[in-house]
Write a protein that binds this ligand. Structure first.
Ligand SMILES: *[C@@H]1O[C@H](CO)[C@@H](O)[C@H](O)[C@H]1NC(C)=O
Length: 371
């Protein structure tokens, strides 16, 4: 590309950023038919911690358990007892891991993302962004390694998983082979497509790469009948479906195109899927994502993480949860369009008529009562 064009683009980008930051003029519109109700969610504060990314209930229905930004996995014991420390993913002295949010310490303290219980054993599987796939027993404590590398290369950004208890395999994502979690903005803006979906066979301990070339491989969820597994591709705002059994086994197709950036995907008891959007995709994000070279220019300019993030999400923090049918149709969209209580949500877990809602950035969980 010639330098004049690049200069023009840079100027445009800078102008747009100024507009986005000061005027919210690129705030994404409401989604037609959505219910702007999520702000009514109850809040469960997590004192001294932020970023409850994923939520899981144990086989006895206790919890939820959640991983936070300082590397701990906590267990909620209800209003009376509050939170207790349950597990950690590194033997690192926790003295260095006391700040609620310290991205520069994540590779030391750990950063637990996707959580899933093995319902047969009660073991908790943990996708730690820096330490790979891990497991800890029902009493918690220090988790042990399950998968740290594939084909001789260390996992770079382990993100989420689902467990097939019948076949004793775990499907999990490595978001990128180039960027670590604290550089997630660089992965999105640069058009990085080195994400992978993998399968771990518990009895043979083999890891198989099922899909590669994914643009920010993120949430993972199997269908109720185990015929397919979904993987969220955050940068392209899509959910992909990999068929595991039946006539299409081995094929991959687009399950759903979404109005924003999907994070985790969780199935409810009806076999439907809740997708949490980190943010909706506004005009500016659309323009940048469609032209990765613009993102690469932006990354070279002296913008802070906060500014780039604000630009990408359209200035106005908000929360969006989407319920998809087993066939991938949108059944329901719930929003907190002004981010009055929830923002940048990462997971929606439906249990007993409530949605338990996590976020990589909020210092609390949301609990929304379904009507
Ligand atoms: C897992 O590995 C075992 C032992 O090699 C094999 O018998 C089994 O078929 C594998 N399972 C899957 C689902 O690949």
């Amino acid at each position: 590309m010639n330098s004049k064009l690049r200069l023009t683009a840079t100027t445009l980008a800078v102008l747009s950023i100024v507009l986005a930051l000061n005027l919210n003029s690129f705030a994404p519109p409401s989604i037609p038919g959505s219910h702007d109700q999520l702000h009514t969610a109850d809040i469960i504060k997590i004192p001294g911690a932020v970023g409850p990314e994923s939520l899981a209930f144990d086989p006895n229905g206790e919890g939820p358990y959640t991983g936070v930004a300082d590397g701990r996995i906590l267990k909620w014991q209800g209003d009376g007892l509050g939170w207790i420390d349950f597990a950690v993913t590194t033997s690192q002295s926790r003295k260095e891991c006391v700040r609620p949010f310290a991205p520069e310490m994540e590779h030391v303290c750990g950063r637990p993302l996707g959580l899933r219980f093995d319902k047969k054993t009660g073991d908790l599987y943990i996708a730690d962004a820096y330490f790979g796939l891990q497991v800890v027993g029902p009493n918690g404590g220090l988790a042990t390694h399950v998968v740290t590398e594939v084909e001789g290369q260390p996992l770079r950004f382990t993100n989420d998983m689902d467990i097939d208890e019948h076949e004793d395999v775990i499907y999990f994502t490595d978001t990128s082979t180039r960027f670590q979690r604290r550089q997630f903005m660089s992965s999105v803006l640069s058009g990085d497509n080195t994400g992978r979906l993998m399968k771990y066979n518990k009895s043979s301990r083999e890891v198989t790469i099922l899909l590669q070339g994914l643009s920010f491989a993120n949430g993972v969820a199997m269908s109720k009948d185990r015929s397919f597994v979904l993987v969220a591709e955050t940068t392209t705002c899509r959910i992909l479906r990999l068929w595991l059994h039946g006539p299409n086994a081995g094929n991959v197709d687009t399950f759903a195109e979404l109005p924003g950036f999907p994070d985790n995907v969780r199935r409810n008891s009806n076999g439907e899927f809740w997708v949490a959007l980190h943010a909706k995709k506004g005009l500016f994000a659309h323009w940048v994502i469609s032209n990765p070279w613009i993102g690469n220019v932006l990354l070279k300019l002296p913008f802070s993480f906060k500014q780039l993030h604000s630009l990408l999400v359209g200035g106005q923090p908000h929360a969006t949860a989407i319920r998809l049918s087993e066939e991938g149709e949108v059944l329901e969209v719930l929003e907190d369009s002004l981010g009055k209580s929830l923002r940048f949500i990462s997971e929606v877990e439906e249990k007993n008529g409530k949605l338990w809602i996590g976020s990589v950035m909020m210092p609390f969980l949301g609990v929304y009562n379904l009507p």
